[in-house]
Design a protein around this ligand. Structure first.
Ligand SMILES: Cc1cc2nc3c(=O)[nH]c(=O)nc-3n(C[C@H](O)[C@H](O)[C@H](O)COP(=O)(O)OP(=O)(O)OC[C@H]3O[C@@H](n4cnc5c(N)ncnc54)[C@H](O)[C@@H]3O)c2cc1C
Length: 158
């Protein structure tokens, strides 16, 4: 019997997992669940060409929209996974419950928010997703000085 594989995350790893399952001719349903409103996308250009406005959002996508226009694939975007019921093989989400035979966890990482005085002031942005970049870009040009916080110790730009 063909199995239903649910991929939790909808980031780059999740998008690539779906593409690989298709390539391997997985016969059952492939369901992608992610809490962002976008198709799986690559983050590296967010701080580069997408930030400078030289790349449209569609070019960030791991696979074009047409790739998901496939009866075997179901997308649940804007959907947060709140719990995994491993006894029942069901995901509890902000939308419908989603049953799975196999579950791929590709939920990535999160931005580490600063919990210090002033961290909620206007003009402070995090750089993690497409919407963060849209917010930063809307202020570029108006501001004379930008400070970037967060660097790997010992890392130097090539
Ligand atoms: C600005 C920026 C620039 C980068 N530049 C580079 C670079 O130049 N080179 C490089 O190698 N790497 C770079 N990286 C890192 C690289 O983008 C990450 O390693 C990569 O995104 C990891 O992909 P992922 O799919 O594993 O996780 P993620 O991209 O974190 O995707 C996980 C997805 O799962 C979703 N999710 C999490 N929990 C839930 C839940 N409970 N319910 C539903 N959905 C959920 C998240 O919202 C997210 O959409 C950069 C990252 C950023 C932010």
């Amino acid at each position: 019997m063909s199995q239903r594989i649910v991929v939790a995350g909808a980031g780059h790893a999740a998008g690539q997992a779906v593409a690989t399952l298709k390539q391997l001719r997985h016969a059952g349903e492939i369901i992608l669940v992610g809490d962002e409103p976008y198709l799986p996308y690559q983050r590296p250009p967010l701080s580069k060409k997408f930030l400078s406005g030289d790349m449209p959002a569609q070019r960030l996508y791991v696979k074009p929209e047409s790739f998901y226009d496939d009866p075997q694939i179901k997308l649940h975007l804007n959907t947060r996974i709140d719990a995994i019921d491993r006894d029942a093989n069901v995901l509890k989400t902000s939308g419908p419950d989603i049953a799975y035979d196999k579950l791929v966890l590709a939920t990535g990482s999160r931005v580490r928010k600063l919990a210090i005085d002033g961290s909620d002031l206007i003009g402070i942005h995090y750089l993690r997703d497409i919407d963060d970049v849209k917010a930063i870009r809307s202020e570029l040009g108006e501001q004379k000085r930008a400070v970037v916080v967060g660097a790997r110790p010992g890392w130097r730009s090539p």
